[in-house]
Design a protein around this ligand. Structure first.
Ligand SMILES: Cc1ncc(COP(=O)(O)O)c(C=O)c1O
Length: 377
């Protein structure tokens, strides 16, 4: 294999990370607390315009703590998008609660608000309202939040937004992740900005974040000795890694622009091929195009999405099918699902193309030529 591997969404350092890392070493703040952690929280809160932010060692940890603080426990039901990554669902099951999978709608590929409203009304009428709802903002695009917020408000159901993939996007001028009781973000290596691994929990409720901070630090009670009156977790992020996050946050807007440019390039160069359709940008906000996702109609294109993926792989280029819906996963198949055919169709025909913010036009052209070569008129 001569040509270098083109990854789906690799880390993209700005160069300033080393400055913050060196500062952490020079001041010996190598612990999972310190000045970079504090500054990262403040800078992040300002970026998404929320009141309080808590740096954690993963988005999954952030979701776990948010669900605990929303009171989710054994036997409870939590509504969640079926078209997502398993990390949106695992923390529900950690708590002994049951996910209820909700299908996508076609405008944004996200949680269908009509199904959420219908399901909540049905469960309320049956006397067992869901304990929480987790809208997942997929691939850099916001869920249509208003109808979901309104029904959840009516029945006092906490909304915990999974904005792991959607930092930098907007919904009616505001950042996804800041509409509900709490929101979570991920800085995993493949995300739009990364700390190599890490996450953030945000909320406008100071007590919520104070309590989450305590739980994330082994739930130490305020006392000179070690005293614990609830179960804790070791979920905080290193001050060294928070330094990487600060440098990455400085270039967030550039990263969004670069990813949107990738998508525009693909639209202009393969958008004319019959059977290729791009994930829509919904009218309610800005899609970051964290990943450029397409669907392939095998009849019109003359080949299916798997043929494209394999052709790219043969040229050392990574592409990935759209998320396999959670209700089709062996580990989750026995849980209740509302609808599912839209998510199944997006999985069957959907493909995510290389979308890294450091891609140049020759990288993009490599992808385009292969996709075009697979097309059979
Ligand atoms: C939708 C979604 N939710 C949650 C997560 C979990 O984030 P993390 O990997 O930081 O635990 C991810 C990504 O990894 C994700 O894509």
């Amino acid at each position: 294999m001569n040509r270098p591997r083109l990854y789906l969404s690799p880390p993209h350092m700005s160069g300033r990370e080393q400055y913050y890392i060196q500062e952490a070493f020079a001041t010996n703040w190598i612990a999972p607390l310190g000045p970079h952690v504090n500054a990262f929280e403040q800078e992040f809160a300002a970026t998404v315009a929320t009141s309080h932010a808590l740096t954690l060692n993963s988005g999954t940890a952030a979701l776990h703590l948010a669900l605990i603080l929303a009171g989710v426990g054994s036997g409870d039901e939590v509504l969640v998008s079926t078209l997502t990554f398993s990390a949106s669902v695992n923390p529900i099951v950690y708590l002994g609660a049951r996910p209820v999978f909700i299908d996508s709608e076609r405008t944004s590929w996200n949680l269908d608000p009509a199904l959420v409203v219908e399901t909540i009304e049905r469960k309320v009428a049956q006397g067992r309202p869901p304990k929480a709802v987790i809208p997942v903002h997929l691939y850099g695009q916001s869920v249509d939040m208003e109808p979901i917020l309104s029904v959840c408000d009516r029945y006092a159901i906490p909304v915990i937004e999974d904005a792991a993939e959607a930092l930098g996007s907007s919904y009616r001028g505001k950042a996804p992740g800041t509409f509900g009781k709490a929101g979570i973000y991920s800085f995993n290596g493949n995300k739009i900005i990364t700390t190599s691994g890490g996450g953030m929990l945000v909320s406008d409720d100071a007590d919520f974040i104070t309590h989450a901070r305590k739980l994330a630090t082994q739930a130490r009670d305020p006392a000179p000795h070690y005293q614990h009156s609830e179960i804790g977790y070791n979920y905080r992020l290193s001050n060294v890694l928070a330094g990487i996050g600060r440098a990455q946050l400085e270039v967030l807007e550039e990263r969004v622009q670069a990813r949107r440019r990738n998508c525009t390039y693909y639209q202009q160069t393969i958008g004319d091929l019959p059977g290729i359709t791009f994930m829509p940008e919904a009218p309610w906000g800005r899609h970051t195009r964290w990943l450029t996702a397409i669907t392939v109609d095998p009849v019109r294109f003359g080949a299916d999405r798997e043929a494209i993926r394999l052709a790219l792989e043969a040229e050392n280029i990574e592409a990935r099918p759209v998320w396999k819906p959670m209700h089709l996963q062996p580990i989750f198949a026995h849980y209740e699902t509302v609808g599912g055919v839209v998510a199944e169709d997006l999985f069957d025909r959907g493909l995510c193309l290389p979308s890294g913010s450091a891609m140049d036009s020759s990288d993009l052209e490599r992808v385009v030529q292969i996709v075009r070569s697979v097309h059979r008129p």
